[in-house]
Design a protein around this ligand. Structure first.
Ligand code: MN
Length: 383
């Protein structure tokens, strides 16, 4: 037996089978976005089996509908089953980068489902060698990621009670308030009230999800700064980088870009036009951990910070986000990997743990989470 190298059986593993299922999981409470709301989160669960019988798991999710990118769980399933899976089978399981490049040659865009495929491949490679994904990414700088809780019930009393509960339980360390669903005046007043009620116990970040005009933003920002708000995310439309730059230039609080920065070349544009202070990383929009890591490296080189954003993944996608976050040299504000806290049900035997205001990196090979097959069977959509 050769003690110096991994067994060649593992190194030569091929992708043998790809399977996908849509699962529908209830939220603990109504989740609101600027123009949408949802009681259920759907995910496309992806399983990739290697020639030696190991299975990698991944998931692709959208933020409760196609409003963000045009992707949906139903269309992702069709793209995967019909066009992407046939390109995967028979290829070397370790060639994650080359395999993704091949997928790009056959299917343009569709970064969300490709992110789910990459997640399952990295989980599989980790399992083949008994290594966690953070080790495949070059090691870990941290074992946790501080998290901000989305304040999104739309009811002030309920929001305040929920914020108290989350802080008392030390589950989160900051809050993110969705804005843009009411008049600017009322919206700013509501946020200021929430911030005042916290009385310095935790920071508040806000996200209008592109709902404001440039003038709305210029009007709101000084008031938000006065109310102690820490950060404003994507105030204006994703394609208005010049407006973002003008807003960022005169803002006293951090401006984060999300919808407007989805790829490495987008990050180059944001840096060149000084359109934000922080980039929100999301595995789904970038097309996976490696693509997100490239965005983070470019941001770092350009003097910007990054942040671990979320589309409300289950513990599977949240684990993937934690592995990436752990591998980044700097992550000053943490992020908002809160999917498992917001979902009433999960798909794994031991969901991601939250304490001391942070989500903790799970232990174990690959993603470090194990599917709960009973739960999967129970929540799988049957047409
Ligand atoms: Mn956002």
């Amino acid at each position: 037996m050769n003690l110096h190298t991994a067994p060649s059986r593992a190194k030569n593993a091929l992708i043998e089978d790809v399977r996908s299922d849509i699962v529908d999981l209830p939220f603990k409470r109504l989740q609101r976005f600027a123009r949408h709301q949802a009681r259920v989160q759907s995910a496309l669960l992806i399983r990739i089996r290697s020639s030696d019988g190991l299975e990698g798991i991944g998931e692709a999710v959208v933020p409760c509908g196609p409003w963000w990118s045009g992707d949906s769980v139903e269309t992702m399933k069709i793209m995967l089953d019909r066009y992407l899976a046939p390109q995967l089978t028979g290829r070397p399981a370790h060639d994650v980068g080359p395999v993704l490049a091949e997928l790009d040659r056959h299917v343009r865009n569709n970064s969300f489902v490709k992110a789910g495929i990459e997640m399952a491949l990295l989980d599989l490679v980790g399992k083949l060698h008994d290594l966690p994904i953070w080790a495949l990414l070059g090691g870990r700088f941290r074992d946790r990621c501080p998290v901000a809780w989305p304040v999104a019930s739309g009811d002030m009393q309920q929001d305040l009670a929920e914020m108290d509960e989350m802080l008392d339980g030390e589950l989160v360390s900051a809050f993110k308030v969705k804005m843009g669903s009411e008049s600017l005046h009322n919206d700013v007043r509501r946020v200021a009230k929430l911030s005042a009620a916290l009385d310095g116990r935790a920071k508040v970040r806000v996200d209008p999800n592109e709902a404001w005009s440039e003038l709305d933003a210029l009007h709101a920002m000084p008031r938000l700064a006065e109310a102690g708000i820490e950060l404003v995310e994507q105030p204006v439309r994703r394609d208005h980088l010049d407006a973002m730059a003008r807003i960022a230039r005169c803002s006293q609080i951090a401006v984060m870009i999300d919808e407007g920065a989805q790829s490495a070349s987008d990050v180059v544009d944001v840096i060149g036009r000084q359109a934000a202070h922080i980039i929100s990383l999301k595995l789904m929009k970038a097309g996976g951990l490696q693509a997100s890591r490239r965005m983070a490296d470019i941001a770092e080189a350009g003097g910007l910070s990054v942040y671990m954003g979320t589309f409300l993944e289950t513990s599977i996608g949240t684990a993937a986000g934690l592995h990436l976050g752990a591998s980044l040299p700097r992550l000053p504000l943490g992020g908002e990997l809160v999917g498992p806290l917001l979902l009433a049900e999960d798909l794994v035997t031991t969901p991601i743990r939250y304490r001391q205001g942070a989500a903790f990196l799970p232990d174990g090979p690959g993603l470090g989470v194990v599917l709960d097959e009973d739960k999967v069977a129970r929540f799988t959509r049957r047409e």
